[in-house]
Design a protein around this ligand. Structure first.
Ligand SMILES: Nc1ncnc2c1ncn2[C@@H]1O[C@H](COP(=O)(O)OP(=O)(O)OP(=O)(O)O)[C@@H](O)[C@H]1O
Length: 688
């Protein structure tokens, strides 16, 4: 095993561990990593810029111009400082000859400077404004593609957690989203580069005005300044992040006691056991055992000063450049050293800040992050979705014929579950067209999983499912689902009106308003949801989404006042209509009937939609589905199958992810196995 380059040292009672920083080196310790990342980033940057130029050229130009302005304003300021200093010098000389007036050029220079300060504030505003507008343009441009991508990813979007995590979404161009970060990151880096280059040019021009000897002196001082800037650590571990811990028993015990005392979640238990008093004494005892500790956990997490010699050097060079410059006075050939010293102080301040910014934004980690933002935005757009590539369209068999299925050696395990918890283990079953199948079994035996596989909502890990003799996986999924009505066990009601929910069950409806209303009423009637509709109406939205509309603390905003929150709630929060679980299930059933009655359904699957219903309502619901199962293959999953068992063409009994029995009711009863046990338990017949 390769030993990690970790360094550990003592800090009071704590141990501190850190990895020596490798600012421009990647994890492979090679400087090429940064170059590779920069190269890859550049390909995305060109693409991004090209996209922006296509979408909103004028906004982009204003944004770029304001960024360039803000980047160069520090250099302009430096130049103005230099001019003013020179003019003050001249004034001082004239004063010496008793001519006390403020020269017009000094007034002009100062006025120009003030104008530039005002212009900078306005430019900053303009930039922020255009940044928001640009993000708005990008959002409007990219979001339809993201929506398409998300919808075409189909079931992968549900099951592939890692893909879902990296999927661009509606927040991609909001604060913190990859698009936002990419835009801001590029602007920040461009601004830092422009600042550094323009400031360096100004310094060079000023140095050129000096005598050769002074140029060398000042240049040497500046070189020293940059060396300290590059090598001096900003904290005790050379600017690296660090971990810390302590093996001090008293400290650790005190820390635990502290948690018990101050975390309200323990208060009830403490009070119940009457431990308040004794805990206080324990705390006192432990605290005096520990004595005085120079740093607590939070302070140590923030403060770890560098070694004293670095602190002295850094302070001398960075904080007191004027003092450093004064040291070279005796060797300078310039007669006006005071202005030179003041200028040097300004230069080091400005260049120092810019250089540190540059180091930060072109650091290996920072570039990798920017690259990750670019990849998060573009990579999913570049990946062609597999389901899009499937072009084989499913066409249903002749009229009045349902789908037939051959499930062959199908194994399925949910993502993230352990090898031992396979949901389906090498299942094989044939479901003939137009058959009525009852799927039964104990909780967790795999019934829902099997339905989802047949419905194409899951893909087997191994084995295959044939529909009409062809692999289900080869068909374009939507073409199969168009002919499927599937009432799932846990189905969502969309945050739309109930009417829209019902209409969404059949995407391509082309009837008149009155006809549609008739169809809707019919489905609601059969599903038994009339009472709910009478109570809340078709336009009710059962679960309206809440609108997030408040400022975030920590980015310049204060705490939001109660009145403002109340006002927000009053204006944006729609109240959800209260609904019982039975009403919910009836409505979902109505939505399925809407689809069943108005589409060319060849596969009807109903997965135990009845847990909130009483026995009679449940039987009626299944009867209603069964009555409309003509010309369809029908699969019901229910724990209360007593009334349906004798009608079923085939009963499939599952246990622990396997099919243990399959056949007609009488056959399985004669077997006296798992199914017979379940059936008798339902009928209240004690087992022999
Ligand atoms: N989304 C999921 N992620 C991980 N494991 C799951 C998931 N859904 C189901 N399982 C597991 O897969 C196995 C089969 O579950 P499934 O829902 O298919 O059983 P079921 O027979 O329909 O159960 P029930 O009668 O309770 O509805 C169970 O062990 C279950 O815990």
């Amino acid at each position: 095993m390769v030993a990690l380059p970790v360094q550990v040292f003592k800090w009071g009672i704590f141990n501190v561990a850190y990895e020596p920083p490798r600012r421009y080196l990647g994890p492979d310790k090679s400087p090429l990593t940064l170059l590779r990342a920069l190269f890859e980033l550049s390909t995305y940057v060109w693409r991004f810029l090209f996209d922006i130029l296509r979408i909103a050229p004028s906004v982009f130009f204003i944004y770029a111009a304001s960024t360039a302005w803000l980047g160069s304003i520090t250099a302009i300021s430096l130049h103005m400082t230099c001019l003013i200093l020179q003019q003050i010098e001249a004034l001082a000389r004239e004063k010496a000859h008793k001519m006390p007036y403020v020269p017009i050029e000094l007034i002009v220079t100062i006025s120009t400077w003030i104008a530039l300060v005002v212009a900078s504030v306005l430019m900053k505003r303009l930039k922020e404004d255009k940044e928001l507008l640009l993000c708005g343009h990008l959002r409007a441009h990219f979001l339809p593609s993201f929506a398409k991508l998300s919808l075409s990813a189909d079931i992968k979007f549900i099951h592939d957690q890692s893909a879902r995590r990296h999927f661009p979404n509606s927040a991609s161009f909001s604060e913190g989203g990859p698009g936002w970060n990419l835009l801001k990151g590029l602007a920040e880096r461009s601004q830092a580069l422009i600042s550094f280059i323009s400031e360096s040019v100004v310094v060079y021009l000023v140095l050129c005005q000096k005598t050769l000897w002074d140029r060398w002196l000042l240049g040497g001082l500046l070189g020293l300044f940059f060396l300290v800037l590059i090598f001096s650590p900003s904290n005790g571990v050379s600017g690296a992040g660090y971990t810390f811990w302590t093996t001090n028993h008293a400290f650790n015990r005190l820390h635990r006691l502290y948690l018990i005392i101050f975390d309200p979640k323990f208060r009830e238990t403490l009070a119940k056991d009457g431990l308040n008093e004794s805990l206080y004494h324990e705390y006192r005892k432990c605290s005096s055992n520990l004595g005085v500790v120079k740093s607590d956990v939070i302070t140590l997490a923030c403060v770890l000063p560098p070694s004293w010699y670095w602190a002295v050097l850094r302070s001398l060079v960075l904080d007191y450049p004027m003092a450093l410059c004064a040291l070279i006075l005796p060797w300078s050939s310039s007669p006006f050293l005071i202005t030179t010293i003041v200028f040097f102080q300004s230069v080091t301040n400005v260049l120092g800040r810019t250089f540190e910014r540059l180091q930060r934004v072109f650091d290996q980690r920072s570039i990798s992050q920017l690259l990750a933002h670019a990849q998060a935005l573009y990579r999913p757009l570049d990946q062609r979705n597999e389901s899009q590539r499937k072009t084989v369209q499913y066409s249903p068999p002749g009229v009045k014929k349902g789908m037939d299925f051959h499930v062959r050696d199908v194994t399925f395990r949910y993502q993230g579950s352990t090898a031992g918890s396979t949901a389906l283990k090498k299942i094989s079953i044939t479901i003939p067209a137009n058959s009525f199948v009852l799927l039964v079994g104990s909780n967790g035996s795999g019934k829902t999983t099997l339905l989802k596989l047949i419905g194409g909502l899951l893909e087997p890990n191994s084995g295959e499912i044939l529909v009409g003799g062809m692999p289900l996986a080869d068909f374009e999924p939507l073409s199969v689902r168009k002919h499927t009505t599937f009432l799932m066990q846990s189905e969502e009601i969309y945050p739309m009106s109930l009417r829209e929910n019902l209409l969404m069950a059949i995407p391509d409806f082309t009837l008149s308003k009155e006809e549609i209303q008739e169809k809707i009423d019919e489905a609601v009637q059969i599903g038994g949801a009339m009472q709910l509709i009478d109570r809340v109406g078709y336009e009710a939205i059962l679960n309206p989404p809440t609108i997030l509309a408040q400022s975030l603390q920590g980015c310049g905003n204060g705490i939001i006042g109660e009145a403002a929150i109340r006002e927000l709630e009053r204006n944006t929060l729609q109240r959800s209509a209260p609904i019982s679980s039975g009403e919910r299930q009836r409505f979902l059933a109505a939505r399925s009937f809407m689809r069943l009655l108005n589409s060319d359904t060849r596969l009807l699957m109903v997965d135990e939609p009845t847990s909130g219903l009483d026995l009679v309502a449940e039987r009626n619901l299944f009867e209603e589905f069964y009555r409309r199962s003509d010309g369809k293959t029908t699969i019901f999953v229910t724990h209360r199958f007593g009334s349906l068992a004798k009608q079923a063409d085939m009963i499939v009994c599952m246990k622990n992810g396997e099919i243990v029995e399959a056949g007609r009711h009488d056959e399985l009863m004669r077997l006296g196995g798992e199914y017979a046990g379940l059936y008798e338990a339902q009928q209240g017949i004690p087992r022999a």
